[in-house]
Design a protein around this ligand. Sequence first.
Ligand code: S3P
Length: 436
Amino acid sequence: MKKETIQPAKHLTGGLDLPGDKSVSHRYAMLAALAGGASELRHFSAAADCRSTLACMSALGAGVKTDKDTVRVTGRGPHGLKSSWRALDAENSGTTMRLLAGILAGQQFSSKLTGDGSLQKRPMKRVIGPLREMGADIRARDDNFAPLEIRGAPLKAIDYKMPMASAQVKSAVLLAGLFADGVTCVTEPARTRDHTELALEEFGAAIEKDGRTIRIHGLGGANGGGKLLAKSLDVPGDLSSAVFFIAAASLFPDSNVLIHNVGLNPTRTAILDLFASMGAAIQILGLKSAHGEVVGDLAVKGASLKGGVIAGGQIPLVIDELPMLAALGPYTEEGIEIRDAAELRVKESDRIAALVENLLRMGASVEERPDGLKVEGRRAGKLRGAEIEPRGDHRIAMAFAVAGLAAKGNTMIRDADCAAVSFPTFFQELNRLAER
Ligand code: S3P
């Protein structure tokens, strides 16, 4: 359990390359394993979560070879996966477990899907429900928690109106839809990240979008002849990782940071609009498209952030960025209030409780609510360095490392290795860019 000490910084300067996007990497790895032949996935995420997905796909029979950040996956075709003799371990990764559940539901074999202590506490009913409607046979602890036992079965297409805005639930149903008889329809209550739809299209699946409804055609069973095509793809840099550096650079008037090659899929960029509305100085440069995804560079300078309320339909669009926004609260003019975000309580940790605990440790004025929190702005006083307990949650560790840069005195992040779940080189990069 490594500790990291964060010393106050004067500003951040320099260029930065990020790990490949975590959400995109999971999807490319899973679809490459279902495709016929060899796919090359360049700039694949270095995140431990994506390694978990690769290990699961390898245990299911796909060939996986990693060379730096390029991963070569030899797919077995949509009906060529084989059962794994040991439980598939998603470790800390909710995306691995929920998306893979959709794929495993349609196989001709049984699987056990497990995860670490945190993942075993996260709700799985949200995917078990629709997958059962499709005919899947899934058992779970208390009918909601991992380990999941999934007996593959012939699936039928359903018309699923999602009760919640979740890209993972949408993706589980769409991936199961590949193995269903007919056309599966999913309607989202609000737009969520669409990497699964884009990736399915790239790999040659028949998928259509109409507003918030997505239709996927089943591949037609073992004798149906439907195929996915092996592909050579570049994963864009992870915007959710970039956010920690956008926040850090914004804290200091003299900052000047250029983040290269960031994924700017419009279903992910609400965070940039939010930053802009708070007064952040972010410029988007060199936009281009790559395999359906949008990529560009971000130039970030220091700014005085206003703060404000984040609520309602904004929440699912910035769900992973809320820890960083909350930890910035004490540096903003008006503070930050987060509402309608009870979902934060079932992420890698109870993120509302973890944020409140650590903000209090740093001397912030903060009020905990069932569905969010309210953090007072800079009038309530400067934060002081403290010992941070991230509860094993990568985004909590990184958010407070950034908050520590502008605090009085040193901040110590306990169990800092947990940042590797999404960003193994985070502390190195933060220290490289922070001038002291
Ligand atoms: C993800 C979807 C989001 C997000 C998670 C990654 C994905 O989860 O919080 O980090 O890759 O589909 P939900 O679908 O639970 O909102």
